[in-house]
Each structure stands twice: as structure tokens, then as C-alpha cells.
Design a protein. Structure first.
Ligand code: FE2
Length: 284
């Protein structure tokens, strides 16, 4: 073990003592990647970091989404530039879940945080999959969920048949470990799980959410200026409350392979911001 580490919670996450200004050798990079896959969230605290610094550190783990001619970073919360989602509460979700290939991960770097700023909460969907009672696991094993673009229930041009489908119990592309892939934010959709009636759907969702959002399955991250949080966007869900005070978070999207978001161009970071201007919702 090269790095000094400590868990950030019993549910998930690990803090890594790492100097982001120093290039990591191949062994250290492999160790960081292994920590990410095991703990699903990495916190690096107390170092001022440029965009290039965060791109380099995230790049040790997987590919950073970077389209030609478009900056890789975007801003979340307030009050800088064209901030995505400035202040409203956002329920539990995974980013870009409606993509054919949802982003593998995301990173937020805290440029400036007030003490009154709200936390981000993370729930462990991989741990939830491990804790499924056998009967519930058997019930959901082959089910699929429709993932609508969050604005679509109010979009008269949207055809629910065209919603992206993902397995309710999906497996991670790098570790092949299972995770539960359904989130609170999707409840605004008129339908969710294919092939079950509304009463059955409600029962399944209630049982799954009781495991996913149990207090012992959640980590509350209280932001400090200069925090870098890198998380697995498949194994973890996240949410936030109403934002007060300054909470300037700089975001990168992580993907599995440089072409992983092929075909999902509309829903990359810039797509999020375009949709945001239309009143739609995405991100942390
Ligand atoms: Fe988000």
C-alpha cells in the first residue's frame, strides 16, 4: 500500500493522502484505480487544484470526458459562470442515467465553499445489491427500467417507448459486480419498471429504496474548499438539498473508454447545460 488512507464512512468512500502536483507511477495509478473500484468514492482533501490537476488525477482512474473544442469542466451550484443547477434540491439519482452509456463516474472539486453550504449525500447501490434478500433478488433479476430524460413527463413530444432501458440489477463494466439501478428522481416518471403492474412496481420500489437509502448505506459529504471527490456514478447515487451560500463546485465527467459516450452527445456536459437552459434538470 503506497498511499495513506482512511475510510470516510462505514457505507462507502475512502480519503487518500495524495499530492496532486506529483505524477504517479504505474503502480500508484493501479492502486488508486483499485481503491476507486473497492470504495466507489475517493476524497483528496486540502490541495488547491487547477483543471489540469483534476483531469490528471481522474485520468489515473479512467478517461475524462473531453470533446474537441469544449472545455472538460463545468460548474455546479453557485455562483460562477453558467452554473448547472444553481440552488434547488436534487433527489437521489445517477448522472446521465438516461444515456445509452451512463457516465462511469464524476468528480467535483470545491473551489469555494461557505460554512452554510449544503452537503452532497451518497448512497451505495453496490452494497444494496449485496444486501438484497434472495427472494427480492430473484424477482428483479431480469427486469428492466425505463430511464426518461428528467424533463420528459412534461414534454409533449416525448414518446415513453423510446426511453432508454437498463437492467434493474446491472453489473459494473470494470468490476462486473452488481448494483441496483433505479433512483428516487425517476419517480416523477409515469412508468418505471417494464412488465409489472403499478401495485407490484410500487412494492418493488419501496423494498429497494428501503435498502438503498437506509441511513447506514449513506455517506454525507460536507464540503470544504479544495476538496476533490471522485465517485463511481454507477455504484453510487447522490443527492443534495437546497443550496445556500457560496458553493462553487467544478465538475468533470468520467467515462469508460474515450468513445464511451458515442451516440449520447446531446447528454454530455454541454448537453446538460443546454437542457438546463430549457428548464430541465441534471447533475449534482
Ligand atoms: Fe448529479
Amino acid at each position: 500500500m503506497t498511499f495513506s488512507t482512511q475510510p470516510v464512512s462505514p457505507a462507502l468512500g475512502i480519503e487518500v493522502d495524495l499530492d496532486p502536483a506529483r505524477d504517479l507511477d504505474a503502480e500508484e495509478q493501479a492502486e488508486l484505480r483499485a481503491l476507486f473500484l473497492e470504495h466507489h468514492l475517493i476524497l483528496i482533501r486540502g490541495h488547491q487544484m487547477s483543471v489540469d490537476d483534476t483531469v490528471r488525477v481522474c485520468g489515473y482512474i479512467t478517461d475524462v470526458l473531453h470533446k474537441e473544442g469544449v472545455p472538460p469542466e463545468a460548474y455546479v451550484s453557485t455562483p460562477k459562470g453558467d452554473a448547472v443547477l444553481p440552488d434547488l434540491e436534487v433527489p437521489w439519482h445517477g448522472d446521465m442515467n438516461f444515456n445509452v452509456t451512463p457516465h462511469l463516474g464524476a468528480a467535483l472539486y470545491a473551489e469555494e465553499i461557505d460554512e452554510v453550504s449544503c452537503p452532497t449525500w451518497y448512497a451505495n447501490a453496490a452494497r444494496a445489491a449485496e444486501k438484497l434478500p434472495p427472494e427480492l433478488r430473484a424477482e428483479i433479476q431480469d427486469l428492466e427500467v425505463a430511464h426518461d430524460w428528467p424533463g420528459t413527463p412534461w414534454d409533449p413530444t416525448f414518446n415513453p417507448v423510446e426511453a432508454t432501458r437498463h437492467p434493474l440489477l446491472w453489473s459494473h463494466p470494470l468490476s462486473q459486480k452488481p448494483f441496483v439501478y433505479i433512483a428516487e428522481r425517476q419517480l416523477r416518471q409515469p412508468h418505471l419498471i417494464d412488465g409489472v403492474d403499478p401495485a407490484e412496481e410500487k412494492r418493488l420500489i419501496d423494498e429497494l429504496f428501503a435498502i438503498l437509502y437506509a441511513p447506514d448505506n449513506i455517506y454525507e459529504h460536507r464540503w470544504q474548499t479544495n476538496d476533490l471527490v471522485i465517485w463511481d456514478n454507477l455504484m453510487l447515487q447522490h443527492r443534495r438539498g437546497n443550496v445556500t451560500g457560496r458553493r462553487t463546485l467544478r465538475r468533470l465527467a468520467l467515462v469508460n473508454g474515450p468513445d464511451a459516450a458515442e451516440g449520447d452527445e446531446y447528454f454530455d456536459i454541454q448537453g446538460t447545460m443546454r437542457a438546463r437552459r430549457l428548464g430541465h434538470v441534471a447533475t449534482a
